[in-house]
Design a protein around this ligand. Structure first.
Ligand SMILES: *Cc1c(COP(=O)(O)O)cnc(C)c1O
Length: 396
């Protein structure tokens, strides 16, 4: 059996060998005087990926979900209103968490396939004269639908309403793969995780916290212990941790940042755009539709694709897994059975994506889909060839 692991789920992603080696470390004393020399430069460099110079970076041993919890538990109080739109499984789960914490979410339901509705947010915030809404929560990249929301537009809506709420953004499946401008977009807390754009094992929630959010922490009353920003910042300042840190992931983070900076963040983003565009060309050639409703919403890290009427997307992803040993994303929530997902983030190349598209085509042909073998692959090949030729010409 092949130990190659081409994985086309939208996270966790393939782990480059270089990062697997970097995470293979012997135990170190995290209270030793030189631990500070390891930790602090990593926190400093991580800010560049968030597009911030003023945020504090906080690393928790947790998955991305722990980052959601940290964001609300540190800055809000029981009964606080939060504004959030639901347009997929991940925004839905964040709403559920808010309710379990005794917050009162003002939920804007929009179609799965649409993004954060900045205009609706603006009217709701304008009507909230007493500023009862304490935070606006946005999922930047809804991994269930392959939709990217416009964070700058949400900021503009908040500013137009003159509303002082905090803005919290889930960037778990976009950060380090798609541009993020925390400072420019005025985001107060950004949440990410180790296993997506950073290409590491799962197990570290990565949060960036603005000075305004740190200020809110002083009066916020939700209880927090393990996820206390304050405990973390106090100990980090001297290079320590409030408990035993996930050393393997911290060492992996050092190497991941090195890889991202060597390639150059702009090149990383351009590669994801090229891969995503190739996938979208293939979807078009198959005569199928994306769940994302319009090109401005297309995600560069994941594409959710409706299967034709009469077909079940779960049977497709199961068949690909059983017959060809490759994983694709299943349809989540409302999309179960109706759409499958191609994850195209992390350590992927044109060639890997072509192999994934070829595999989907074989499985579709096996199951009687009206798809011609090679049609999607050819469309993606054409895109990869021409975009490569164009970028070489531009560099010459
Ligand atoms: C993966 C993901 C998460 C976090 O999931 P975990 O399994 O807890 O790491 C949160 N939001 C989005 C949009 C995601 O894609």
């Amino acid at each position: 059996m092949s130990d190659q692991n081409p994985l086309f789920i939208p996270g966790p992603t393939n782990i480059p060998d270089r990062l697997r080696h970097a995470m293979n470390v012997q135990t170190r004393d995290h209270r030793a005087p030189d631990f500070v020399d390891t930790l602090l430069p990593i926190l400093e460099d991580t800010k560049k990926v968030f597009g911030s110079t003023t945020a504090k970076i906080i690393l928790f041993p947790a998955s991305g979900t722990g980052g959601w919890e940290a964001a609300i538990a540190n800055t809000l109080s029981p009964g606080d209103r939060v504004l959030i739109a639901r347009y997929g499984m991940f925004s839905h789960k964040w709403i559920d968490m808010c309710q379990r914490f005794g917050l009162v979410p003002e939920i804007v339901d929009v179609a799965w396939g649409a993004g954060a509705p900045a205009d609706t947010f603006e009217s709701i915030l304008s009507a909230d004269k007493g500023h009862k809404i304490k935070a606006v929560l946005v999922t930047h990249n809804e991994t269930a639908t392959g939709v990217k929301s416009d964070i700058a537009a949400v900021r503009a809506a908040m500013d137009a309403a003159g509303h002082p709420a905090l803005m919290m953004v889930d960037a778990v499946s976009s950060l380090a793969s798609m541009p993020f401008e925390m400072d420019r977009w005025g985001v107060d807390i950004v949440i990410s995780g180790s296993q997506k754009g950073f290409m590491l094992s799962t197990g570290m929630a990565i949060c960036a916290v603005s000075p305004k959010a740190l200020n809110a922490m002083e009066t916020a009353k939700l209880p927090r212990t393990f996820f206390s920003f304050k405990d973390m910042l106090t100990t980090n300042a001297t290079g320590g941790f409030p408990y035993t840190p996930p050393l393997n992931l911290i060492c992996g983070m050092r190497e991941s940042l090195k890889m991202l900076f060597e390639e150059g963040l702009d090149n990383v983003y351009a590669r994801h755009t090229r891969l995503a565009t190739g996938v979208r060309k293939a979807v078009g050639a198959w005569g199928m539709e994306l769940v994302a409703q319009s090109p401005d919403l297309y995600s560069d890290t994941v594409s959710a694709i409706y299967v034709p009427k009469g077909f079940d997307s779960d049977l497709l992803t199961n068949h690909i897994y059983n017959a060809y040993g490759v994983s694709f994303g299943v349809g989540l929530g409302q999309m179960k059975g109706r759409a499958f997902r191609i994850g195209h983030l992390g350590m992927l190349t044109d060639v890997m994506v072509l192999s994934g598209l070829a595999t989907v085509e074989m499985a579709m042909a096996d199951l009687g889909y009206p798809v011609k073998l090679g049609s999607g692959v050819a469309a993606a090949q054409e895109h990869f060839r021409t975009s490569r030729a164009q970028s070489m010409a531009a560099a010459a």
